[in-house]
Design a protein around this ligand. Structure first.
Ligand code: ADP
Length: 858
C-alpha cells in the first residue's frame, strides 16, 4: 500500500496530522499495510470492549440500585417491627408494674390484655407466670387456633420448666437473674407456629415474683408489622441463627423450588436480640434480559465485523503477495530487458513505435523519447534507403516477414550505419488479440565481417585445394563416405569413394574394425584416442592406376573431421612424369655406364691389341712353321699334333680375351643378382691385368674367406673395380715411379659400422703420387680430369653405381708421416640376407627404381 500523497491544494494539516503523516511515511509499506489492516480490527475490538464495559457498569448500577431498594425495604420492615415490639414491651412493662403493685389481679389482667390484644394480632398469648414458673393467668391471642391438648401441660414449650433446656426456660432464668426483660430464642409452640417470647420480670421490692410472658407469632409479626408496600415489592423473611427459614411474607408453591433470589439484605430483628435475622429478597427485573440480548447482538455484530475484517485482511494480504510477485516479475523483466543485447522495438498495427528497449537505444544512439510515438519514416532509417525500408515495413505489417529474419541497414544518430538482422513477431496481448508487431534487432556487423572473412578464407582454401595438381580427398572411416574431394580427385576418379580406399590401400589394418552392428550406426571408433590416431600418418605409397595409366604418390593420415568424426585424408600426387624421367635418367645412366665401358675398352685398345698380338703371332708362327715343315715333310704326325694343339691353345687364349672384353662391354639391361665378391674381383683383375702389364704395374689381391653373397649387378661392380685399378695404374705410370712403387693392392674384407650395418669393403690402394687437395674436392665431378686425354667421367659413374647399390665410395691419401705415399679408393656394399635377396628379386624393375629401400619392408 502506498502512502497517501500530499496534495498541494488541501489546507495545511494540523499539528497532529503532520506528526501522524510523518510517522506514517516513516513506516515501511508492509508495516503500513499491517497498520491499515489492524487499525479497524483494533477499533472494533475497542468498541466491543467499550460496549462490554458499558453493559457491565449498567448492570452493576442496576444491581446496586436493586440492592439499595432491598436494603431500604428491609430496613423499613425492621423499623416497623422494632417500633411495634417496643410499643408492646412498653405496654407489658406497664402491665407488670400494675401487677407488682397489685393493681391488677387475674381478672383485670385479662381485661387489660384483652383491651390491647385485638390490635396485636401477632401476640399468640400473654402468660403471667409465678416465680415458681406456674402460670397464674394465660391470655390467648386473637389467632388462637383451638385449644391444644398440650397447652399448659408439662410439655408446653411456651412455659419454662425447671432445668429444661428450652428457649422459654432460658429467657425465664435470664429475666429472673437480670431483672430486665428478656427475648427468648425462637421455637415452635404447641400449634406448630414459630414463635418467640419476651419475658418481663415481675419485681416486687427487689424480689422476683415471676414474669409476664408475651409470645409472638413470627409470621403474624411479619404480616402485620411490615408495611404492605414493602411486601408488595419484595419478600421479607425471618431466619433463626442457623439461617433456618422461620417465616416469610410470600408462600412458595408446594413441591416447586422457589426462585433463587439475586439480591438479599439481612438485618437483625431488633430489639429482639435473640438471633433472629430479618432478610429482604430482591429478584432481577426484565431490564437485564433486554440488556443481555442487546449485549449479545452487539457482540455478534462485532464478531461478524471482526470476522469480515480478518477476511478482508487475508484478502488484502493475498493481494499484497500478488502485488509483490508482480513487482518482482516486473523488476525481473525490466532487468532482463535492460541487460539484453538485442534491440527490441514494438509497433502498433499502424506502424507507430510504441516501445523501444535500452539496447535498441544504445544501438541506434537515439533516446526512447526520440523514437516512441514516431510514425515511419523512422529516424534510424538511412536517408538513401527510406523507400526500401518503407517496403520492408509494409511487408512486416502484413506479417510477411521471413522467419529467418531480414538483413537491414540501420543509421545511428551520428549518421553512421551498421548492418543488423531483424526478426519480426506478432505482439499478442493478454486477451489473445494482436496489438502490433515486436521487432528484435541484432547488430551483425561483426558477425558479417567474420562471415565474410570466413567465406574469403574458405574461398582461398578451396581455390588452393581445387588448384592443386594432387588429388585431395577425405573419407569418413566409419561410414566409408566421401566427405571432401578436390577438383583433381573429381577429375581423375569422379566422386567414387572406392578409389580413395584403393589408393589408401584399405583402412589401416592395425585399427580395430568399426562395429557396424551397433544401433543407428554410431561411430565405431568413438572413444579411440583420435589425437594419437590423427598424428600417426601412414608411410607414402606409390600406386599405379591402370585405368588412368598413371602412377600416384599416396600419402594418407587420419584426422578428426569438422563434425568430430574420424576421417582419413588422402593426398595423391601424380608422379608418372617424375617416374618416367627417373626411368629415362636410369636408361641414360645405363647407356653412360655402357659408353664408359666402351671408352674403358677403347682406352685399353692398344693394350688389348698388344695382348692379342702375342697369341696371334704365336699362332701365325706355329702355322708358318708347320707349313714349311709339312712342305719339307720334315714333321712327324706327333709333332704336328702338338704344334696344332699349341696353335689351338693360343687361339683359345685370344678368344678368351675377346670373349671377356665382349662380355664386359655387352649392352644389356642392368640386373641385380646374387653375386660373390671373389668372382667379381677375379673378373675385374683379369680385365685390368692387360693394362697393368702394359704399364708394368704389379697387383696384389686379398679377398677374405667366406664372404656373404651380395645383391648387385656384377658387371657394374666389375666396371667400378676396373676403373679404380686403371686409375691407380695410370697414376703410377704417369708419375713414372720406380719399380718399387709400381704396385697396387686390392683388398676385400667384411666390415660392420653403426650407420651402415654389415657391409663388404673393397679398397684399391696404390703407391702413386696421391690426390691433391683441389683434385680431392672435385673428384666425382663429371668431366673433371687431370689427364690430357682423360674424359673425367670414370669416378662420377663409379659413385652413381655404388650409391645406386646403397653403398658408399670414398677416397683418401695414404701417408708415411706427413708424406703422401699413395692413395686409397674404397667402396662398401651392404650385405643382404638370403631371404631379403629372394623377395627383392621378385620386385619389378620399376618399383625397385621408385623405391630405393629394396629390403622388402613394403
Ligand atoms: P679420368 O681418369 O678420365 O681422368 P676419372 O674420373 O677416372 O677420370 O679420374 C678423375 C681424376 O682423379 C683423374 O684425372 C686423376 O687426376 C684423379 N685420380 C683418380 N684416381 C687416382 C689415383 N689412383 N691417384 C691419383 N689421382 C687419381
Amino acid at each position: 500500500m502506498q502512502s497517501v500523497p500530499e496534495s498541494g491544494t488541501t489546507p495545511s494539516p494540523s499539528w497532529t496530522q503532520r506528526v501522524f503523516g510523518r510517522w506514517w511515511r516513516s513506516q515501511s509499506p508492509s508495516r503500513q499495510d499491517r497498520f491499515a489492516t489492524l487499525g479497524p480490527l483494533v477499533s472494533v475490538l475497542l468498541f466491543l470492549a467499550a460496549i462490554v464495559a458499558a453493559f457491565w457498569t449498567l448492570r452493576n448500577e442496576e444491581i446496586e440500585r436493586a440492592t439499595d431498594a432491598v436494603r431500604r425495604d428491609t430496613e423499613v420492615a425492621q423499623q416497623q417491627i422494632r417500633s411495634r415490639l417496643s410499643e408492646d414491651q412498653e405496654l407489658m412493662v406497664r402491665l407488670t408494674r400494675d401487677i407488682v403493685t397489685h393493681d391488677v389481679d387475674t381478672d383485670s389482667f385479662f381485661t387489660q390484655t384483652a383491651a390491647f390484644a385485638p390490635a396485636r394480632p401477632e401476640l399468640t398469648q400473654v402468660i403471667w407466670l409465678n416465680a415458681d414458673r406456674t402460670p397464674r393467668a394465660t391470655f390467648l391471642g386473637s389467632i388462637f387456633r383451638g385449644a391444644a391438648s398440650l397447652r399448659n401441660s408439662a410439655e408446653d414449650p411456651s412455659l419454662p420448666h425447671q432445668g429444661a433446656n428450652t428457649a422459654s426456660e432460658a429467657a425465664f432464668t435470664a429475666a429472673r437473674n437480670t431483672h430486665v426483660p428478656q427475648f427468648s430464642k425462637p421455637f415452635i409452640d404447641v400449634d406448630g407456629t414459630a414463635v418467640f417470647q419476651v419475658q418481663i420480670p415481675l419485681i416486687s421490692h427487689t424480689a422476683f415474683v415471676g414474669t409476664l410472658v408475651a409470645e409472638y407469632s413470627i409470621e403474624a409479626l411479619l404480616r402485620h408489622a411490615v408495611p404492605e408496600e414493602v411486601t408488595k415489592r419484595r419478600a421479607i423473611e425471618v431466619l433463626d441463627e442457623h439461617e433456618e427459614l422461620l417465616a416469610s411474607t410470600i408462600t412458595s408453591m408446594p413441591g416447586r423450588p422457589s426462585a433463587v433470589p439475586s439480591i438479599a439484605f439481612e438485618a437483625p430483628l431488633a430489639p429482639a436480640s435473640n438471633g433472629l435475622i430479618l432478610r429482604g429478597l430482591g429478584y432481577r427485573t426484565s431490564i437485564g434480559l433486554i440488556a443481555n440480548s442487546l449485549f449479545w447482538m452487539v457482540l455478534a455484530l462485532s464478531g461478524l465485523t471482526v470476522w469480515m475484517l480478518l477476511g478482508t485482511w487475508r484478502h488484502v494480504r493475498r493481494r499484497a503477495q500478488i502485488q509483490q510477485a508482480l513487482v518482482h516479475e516486473t523488476n525481473f523483466r525490466r532487468a532482463m530487458e535492460n541487460s539484453m543485447l538485442t534491440g527490441m522495438r514494438a509497433m502498433d498495427m499502424e506502424g507507430r513505435i510504441t516501445y523501444v528497449n535500452p539496447a535498441f537505444c544504445a544501438m541506434t544512439g537515439f533516446s526512447d523519447n526520440e523514437l516512441v510515438g514516431k510514425l515511419p519514416p523512422f529516424p534510424h532509417w538511412p536517408h538513401d534507403r527510406i523507400e526500401e525500408n518503407a517496403r520492408l515495413l509494409q511487408q512486416e505489417l502484413q506479417g510477411r516477414s521471413p522467419a529467418g529474419g531480414i538483413e537491414v541497414k540501420i543509421m545511428r544518430k551520428d549518421g553512421s550505419i551498421f548492418d543488423a538482422r531483424m526478426y519480426v513477431s506478432p505482439l499478442i496481448d493478454a486477451k489473445g488479440v494482436q496489438t502490433g508487431w515486436m521487432t528484435s534487432v541484432t547488430n551483425i556487423t561483426e558477425a558479417k565481417r567474420v562471415r565474410d572473412q570466413l567465406s574469403a578464407s574458405h574461398e582461398r582454401f578451396t581455390t588452393v585445394l581445387e588448384g592443386l595438381d594432387a588429388a585431395v580427398s577425405v573419407l569418413s572411416v566409419q561410414q566409408g563416405q566421401l566427405l571432401f574431394a578436390n577438383r583433381s580427385y573429381r577429375l581423375w576418379f569422379g566422386s567414387d569413394a572406392h578409389i580413395h580406399a584403393v589408393l589408401a590401400g584399405g583402412i589401416d589394418a592395425n585399427m580395430p574394425p568399426p562395429d557396424l552392428d551397433t544401433e543407428d550406426g554410431v561411430d565405431g571408433y568413438s572413444g579411440l584416442p583420435a589425437n594419437e590416431l590423427t598424428e600417426a600418418g601412414t608411410s607414402p605409397r606409390e600406386v599405379f592406376v591402370e585405368t588412368l595409366d598413371k602412377w600416384f604418390d599416396v600419402r594418407a593420415r587420419y584426422l578428426q573431421w569438422t563434425d568430430g568424426r574420424l576421417a582419413q585424408m588422402l593426398i595423391a600426387t601424380d608422379i608418372t612424369a617424375r617416374l618416367r624421367a627417373e626411368q629415362l635418367a636410369q636408361q641414360q645412366a645405363d647407356r653412360a655406364h655402357f659408353t664408359s665401358r666402351l671408352i674403358a675398352v677403347g682406352e685399353m685398345a692398344s693394350s688389348v691389341a698388344h695382348e692379342l698380338n702375342q697369341p696371334l703371332t704365336a699362332i701365325s708362327n706355329y702355322c708358318s712353321g708347320m707349313v714349311s715343315r709339312v712342305r719339307n715333310e720334315s714333321i712327324g704326325q706327333e709333332d704336328l699334333i702338338a704344334a696344332l694343339q699349341k696353335t689351338a691353345k693360343q687361339a683359345e687364349r685370344a678368344g678368351h680375351i675377346i670373349h671377356r672384353i665382349r662380355n664386359f662391354v655387352k649392352r644389356r639391361e642392368p640386373q641385380r643378382q646374387v653375386a660373390q665378391a671373389r668372382e667379381m674381383v677375379e673378373d675385374a683383375v683379369e680385365l685390368a691385368s692387360i693394362e697393368l702389364r702394359r704399364r708394368n704395374v704389379g697387383i696384389q689381391v686379398y679377398v677374405a674367406q667366406r664372404l656373404p653373397p651380395l645383391l648387385v649387378d656384377p658387371i657394374l661392380i666389375e666396371q667400378v673395380l676396373l676403373n679404380l685399378l686403371k686409375n691407380a695404374a695410370e697414376a703410377i705410370d704417369g708419375a713414372q715411379l720406380p719399380l718399387l712403387r709400381r704396385h697396387i693392392e686390392l683388398r676385400v674384407v667384411p666390415r660392420y659400422t653403426p650407420d651402415e650395418g654389415g657391409v663388404i669393403e673393397f679398397s684399391v690402394n696404390d703407391k702413386g703420387p696421391g690426390l691433391k687437395d683441389d683434385v680431392l674436392n672435385r673428384l666425382y665431378e663429371a668431366f673433371f680430369s687431370t689427364k690430357v686425354e682423360g674424359m673425367g667421367i670414370g669416378l662420377s659413374l663409379c659413385r652413381s653405381i655404388i650409391e645406386s647399390h646403397r653403398g658408399r665410395i670414398r677416397a683418401q691419401n695414404l701417408y708415411n708421416g706427413s708424406t703422401v705415399v699413395g692413395c686409397s679408393f674404397s667402396f662398401t656394399l651392404p650385405v643382404e640376407t638370403t631371404q631379403r635377396v629372394d623377395s627383392a628379386n621378385a620386385l619389378s624393375t620399376f618399383e625397385a627404381a621408385a623405391e630405393p629401400d629394396a629390403n622388402g619392408n613394403e
